[in-house]
Design a protein. Structure first.
Length: 298
């Protein structure tokens, strides 16, 4: 049974199609990256999953059923708009939020201290939320999302406001949760931040699903679309490619789906460029998105 499924969900505001006929699924013990640029429809999709807003068509299933009170208690949700009680002590705020999910307050307090220790904030447990830095507040919000041991965690923009050390701490915590057979959906426009973590990817652009599936399968499918070149001389402009970055004797080229590596090599040779290395590379998710966006003229 899937932890979460969407079947053809759509959301329209006026004349604007925000999410268009989106279907996806996630199994237990997997992490899915819901990725795409700002305005792609990611947050709207998460809100429909959480039953905060209703889809205009299609349906969402959580643990095989439509959203109900029991399903709500099996989900941890961290929205993009953060919100803690600023005048309340951190520990009291966490215990209160956990109790809303049905946790015994004594158990919740013990669990809260364990998680605060894990993210390096146990010494601040008695401080008021308003005394925290932005990054510390982000970590407390994450603790509030996972404190009740949910089966599914839906997290919108998990890395906003975090320094590199805390970004890695959050990544490690999420990978630990996956190892405990938990499922996570991470929504972000920063594709590189989740690439190393995700089992599955759903990429949205202008409300439409433009890429979906197992991450390794996707990268292998698009492997012939990315080139790396080491060279000497002035790198020439290339025709019929989606993107080129060339500096300091190294070039990164993304093909547009109709151009082949051989076509690019011919252009480079004709330009007189001295080529030391010409290699088909494993693309990043950002490379793949640029390739798809270029091909679809979006």
């Amino acid at each position: 049974m899937y932890v979460v499924e969407t079947h053809g969900i759509s959301k329209i505001y006026g004349c604007n199609v925000i999410v268009d006929n989106l279907s996806l699924s996630l199994e237990q013990g997997q992490i899915m990256g819901l990725i795409g640029p700002n305005g792609a429809g990611k947050t709207t999709t998460l809100r429909m999953m959480m039953d905060i807003i209703k889809p205009d068509s299609g349906k969402v299933l959580i643990l095989g059923e439509q959203m109900n009170a029991d399903a709500q208690n099996h989900i941890g949700y961290l929205p993009e708009e953060r919100g803690l009680y600023r005048k309340q002590k951190i520990i009291d705020s966490l215990v209160y939020l956990a109790s809303l999910k049905g946790m015994n307050p004594v158990v919740a307090r013990t669990r809260a201290m364990e998680l605060l220790e894990k993210v390096g904030l146990s010494a601040h447990a008695e401080k008021k939320v308003e005394q925290l830095s932005h990054g510390m507040g982000q970590l407390v919000q994450l603790v509030s999302t996972i404190i009740h041991d949910p089966v599914l965690m839906i997290i919108d923009e998990p890395f906003n406001g975090l320094d590199p050390v805390n970004v890695q701490l959050v990544k490690d915590l999420m990978l630990e949760l996956r190892s405990q057979n938990k499922s996570l959906i991470l929504s972000t426009h920063r594709m590189n931040e989740v690439e190393e973590m995700c089992d599955r990817i759903c990429m949205l652009n202008k409300g439409q699903q433009v890429l979906y599936g197992n991450l390794l399968d996707i990268k292998n499918r698009y492997r012939s679309n990315t080139l790396e070149v080491d060279y000497e001389g002035e790198f020439p402009p290339l025709s019929n490619v989606s993107d080129t970055k060339a500096a300091n004797g190294k070039a990164h080229i993304i093909l547009n789906g109709s151009t082949t590596a051989q076509d690019v090599l011919v252009q480079l040779v004709k330009s007189g460029l001295v080529i030391h290395r010409f290699e088909i590379a494993t693309p990043t998710l950002n490379d793949i998105f640029i390739s798809i966006a270029g091909k679809k003229n979006v």
